[in-house]
Design a binder for this molecule. Sequence first.
Ligand code: NAD
Length: 389
Amino acid sequence: MATSFSRSEFIKHLSILGTGAVLSPYLDQDTKKPNNRIRVAVIGCGSVSNMYLPHLSKALHVELVSVCDIKPERAAAQAKKYNVPNQYPHIDKLLAGAPFDLLVNLTNMQEHGRLNKQALEAGKNIWSEKPMANTYAEGKALLDLARQKNLRIWGAPAVVNSPQFAFMSRAIQEGRLGKTAAAHAHYGHTGPTWSAFFYEKGGGSLPDLGVYNLATLSGLLGPVKSVMAMTSIVTKERKVDDKGNIQVEAEDNAMVIMDHGNGVLSHVQCGFNYFDPYGHEGKGQERPTISIWGSEGNMALVGYDWAPFGVDLANSWTEPPKRFATDTGTYVWEQGATVVAESLLSGKEPLINAEHALHVLEIIESARASQESGKRISLQSSFPWPVVK
Ligand SMILES: NC(=O)c1ccc[n+]([C@@H]2O[C@H](COP(=O)([O-])OP(=O)(O)OC[C@H]3O[C@@H](n4cnc5c(N)ncnc54)[C@H](O)[C@@H]3O)[C@@H](O)[C@H]2O)c1
């Protein structure tokens, strides 16, 4: 049975998202949420689910229907903690079980392509943690399949949603830096300690960490035309919680140079051997991690691009640099699935774009190809740009 509810309460809850979803003005008596919600299933109940599930569970337009993990005790624990009615130990059972609209894929990186494909074939929309697939070709086939079936697929990261990204993008478009020439971004820590997949083939610091900077710089400076890169493995053996001592197979150190066309060049470095007092959590990092230079100004993003605090802009010979965009609003890096669920409901296109995620995947693949061949690699993909209009 439906009932009316206080509009101020509704808007307060919507502010979690920072956008205006079009929702039915009726509340479900049991959940106190609107009746027309997006039914969400989460697959992969490991580390990052502890960030996604709280965000999803607070969103008025989301109904958490199911959780799934091949380690069933993890699904059971998250189902209990977040009050999710159904739990499954395998994707086959999840897809055959309680109906849902959006699959949120938080499994090992190497599993994403396979599971995303199976879910699309079963008629589900997808939010995938990065990367969307193991290769650009596999990811492009997923997007084609989604389009053919009138479904949507999106991939992390959500960095383009931050107010700091929007400020930087507008500053470039408005010419506040003059002619844009060069940019640098870096992100690293000493590496995850819990799961081996980060270090196995298909893992690596590029899809786990560099992916944020690659999305930010391509989002700000435009689609990448070609890439040259060097990658290496610094720590050959590691100890991780799920498999003990392992040999590291994927790069844990990477330097990528990108050509954005019109003479604009940028550089991303990332790795799992970076001493960083702010650690994996990143709490307290307030130094710039992204810098962009132009002929009449430069700017630096304060903090990490996935958790920024402001933008320092210098474009005067006489005035000191000023800090802008210090209000982060409702942006948090784990909001991606909640935001696309809202888009499914409202029909409003989010800033996050599947072609952008695939372009970043092609940059990563090209960086590895450049390391292998010693050559500059041309890219075939592109995405709608500028991201912020
Ligand atoms: N941990 C973080 O802080 C963090 C942050 C941002 C993004 N990510 C991304 O999130 C993803 C997961 O990372 P994590 O740190 O949570 O890893 P994790 O190892 O903690 O969790 C992965 C979970 O997926 C489950 N799983 C693996 N294959 C499965 C399958 N076929 N079906 C069902 N469940 C399966 C595993 O049992 C495990 O519980 C990765 O893509 C990672 O890059 C992680």
